[in-house]
Ligand binder design. Structure first.
Ligand code: APR
Ligand code: PHB
Length: 389
C-alpha cells in the first residue's frame, strides 16, 4: 500500500489530521493499536479553546459540537470559601466550549467513515522505517499478517506511550519532565453540574474541580496522594471530600449520585524536542503532556495538528517546504507557553507535601493578587481561552 501521510495513532490528533488532509485531497492512513470501541471508551477532558472549535468546524465535524456544546464565558476559582470569577468574555472577548473529547472522537470517526477514510484498528507492532530518508515506510501486523505502507511523511499521533517519539535517536531527542507528587481522583456521574461554570478550588485538604460534560453529566476531581488507589475511595467518601473542598454554596447545592466511571490519574509536565526528525512529525501527547489543571492537553494536540496540516498543505499544493521546516519551532513555542500556564495553575491550586508555610503564603498571595488585579485576571483568561495559533 502507498499513501501520502502515514498517521500512527487514531486518537484526537490522528483522526483530526486525517480528516483535515482528506478534505484537501491529501490521502492518509491511520494505524491504531486499539479497537474503535476502546478508543471511544476513554473519558477525557472537554474544555475546548476557541481555536480548536474553529479547527473542528474547518474539518467539517463541528455540527454536533455547535448543537450540544455549552459555551462558557468564565470560570470560578475558589479559596478559603471565597470565589473569584474570571470573566473570559470581558477580559479577552473570547469564550471556551464545553464538549467532551469522547464526543469529538465519535464525530471524527463518523466523518472518517462518511468520507471513506482509512483507519486500521488493532494494528500491532507499528514501526516507522527510513525516517531520515526521502522514502519512509511503516510496517505493522494485522490478523497475523505483516503489512507495509510506503509514504511521504509519518505523523506520530500515538500519544505518550507510542512508538514515534522513541524512533528519534537519543542523540537528537531532548526531554523535559516534571512529575507532581499527587494525582487526580476523577468521578463521572449522571448528575447536574455543581454550578453554571467550572469551579477550581484550593483547600487546606487539597485541590478540587467541579466540571461537566452536559447538563445531566458531571465530571469532578479531588487531589489525592500518589499512594491512593481507586478502590480506597467509595462514592460516598468521594462526595464528602469534594464537599469539604469547594465553597459552601456549591457544596449545599451539589447533587451527588453513583459514579459511572472512577479513576486516578497522575500529573506530569513533559516536552520532547524536536517535534520533527526527518520525515517524522510528533503531534499531541506523543510530544508533550500537561497537568490537566489548565485543560490544555486536547487543545495543544489541536494546535499541533493545525501547524502540521498547514505545513503539509503548503508542501503538496504549493511545493513550499517552509511550513514543514518550521513546524517544530512554531509548535514548541505554543507548547511551552501552555506548559508554563498549566504548571503555574497546578502550583497555585494544589497542596504540595513539602510546600511549607512560606509556600502556602505564596499561594494565598497569588490568589489575593488575582482577586484584585484586572491585569492578573486577564493574563489567566487569555491563557485559558487559548493563545493565538
Ligand atoms: N501503534 C498504533 N497506535 C498507537 C500506538 C502504537 N504503537 N501507541 C499508541 N497508539 C494509539 C493509542 O491507542 C491512542 O488511541 O495512539 C492514540 C494516541 O491518542 P492520545 O493518547 O489520545 O493522544 P492524542 O491523540 O495526541 O490526543 C491528546 O487526548 O488522550 C487525550 O490527554 C490526551 O487530551 C489529550 C489528547
Ligand atoms: C474535565 O472536564 O475533565 C476537565 C475540565 C477542566 C480541567 C481538567 C479536566 O482543567
Amino acid at each position: 500500500m502507498r499513501t501520502q501521510v502515514a498517521i500512527i495513532g487514531g486518537g484526537p490528533s490522528g483522526l483530526l489530521l486525517s480528516q483535515l488532509l482528506h478534505r484537501k485531497g491529501i490521502d492518509s492512513v491511520v494505524l491504531e493499536r486499539q479497537t474503535r470501541d476502546y478508543v471511544l471508551s476513554r473519558i477525557r477532558a472537554g474544555v475546548l479553546e476557541w481555536g480548536m472549535v474553529e479547527l473542528l468546524r474547518e474539518a467539517g465535524v463541528g455540527q454536533r459540537m455547535d448543537a450540544e456544546g455549552i459555551i462558557h464565558e468564565g470560570t470560578l476559582l475558589a479559596a478559603q470559601n471565597r470565589t473569584i470569577r474570571i470573566d473570559f468574555r470581558k477580559l479577552t472577548g473570547k469564550a471556551v466550549m464545553i464538549y467532551g473529547q469522547t464526543e469529538i472522537t465519535h464525530d471524527l470517526y463518523d466523518a472518517r467513515d462518511a468520507m471513506g477514510g482509512v483507519v486500521i484498528h488493532e494494528a500491532e507492532g507499528v514501526t516507522p522505517h527510513g525516517l531520515d530518508s526521502d522514502a519512509p515506510h511503516v510496517t505493522y501486523v494485522k490478523d497475523g499478517t505483516e503489512h507495509r505502507i510506503d509514504c511521504d511523511f509519518v505523523a506520530g499521533c500515538d500519544g505518550f506511550h507510542g512508538v514515534s517519539r522513541k524512533s528519534i535517536p537519543s542523540s537528537v531527542l531532548k526531554e523535559f519532565e516534571r512529575v507532581y507528587p499527587f494525582g487526580w481522583l476523577g468521578v463521572l456521574s449522571e448528575t447536574p453540574p455543581a454550578d453554571d461554570e467550572l469551579i477550581y478550588a484550593i483547600h487546606e485538604r487539597g485541590f478540587a474541580l467541579c466540571s461537566m460534560r452536559r447538563a445531566d453529566l458531571s465530571r469532578h476531581y479531588v487531589q489525592v496522594p500518589l499512594t491512593d488507589r481507586v478502590e480506597d475511595w467509595s462514592d460516598d467518601a468521594f462526595w464528602a471530600e469534594l464537599k469539604r473542598r469547594i465553597p459552601e454554596h456549591a457544596a449545599q447545592r451539589l447533587v451527588t449520585g453513583p459514579s459511572i466511571e472512577k479513576s486516578i490519574a497522575p500529573l506530569r509536565s513533559f516536552v520532547a524536542e524536536p517535534m520533527r526528525w526527518g520525515r517524522l512529525f510528533l503531534v499531541g501527547d506523543a510530544a508533550h503532556i500537561v497537568p490537566p489543571t489548565g485543560a490544555k492537553g486536547l487543545n495543544l494536540a489541536a494546535s499541533d495538528v493545525h501547524y502540521l496540516y498547514n505545513g503539509l498543505l503548503a508542501h503538496y499544493q504549493d511545493g513550499t517546504p517552509e511550513g514543514l521546516d518550521d513546524y517544530s519551532r512554531k509548535a514548541l513555542l505554543r507548547v511551552w507557553k501552555a506548559e508554563r500556564f498549566s504548571w503555574s495553575m497546578t502550583n497555585m491550586m494544589h497542596r504540595f507535601p513539602d510546600q511549607g508555610d512560606f509556600g502556602q503564603r505564596m499561594q494565598e498571595s497569588e490568589l489575593d493578587y488575582l482577586e484584585h488585579s484586572t491585569a492578573a485576571q486577564t493574563a489567566l483568561a487569555e491563557n485559558y481561552v487559548g493563545l493565538p495559533y
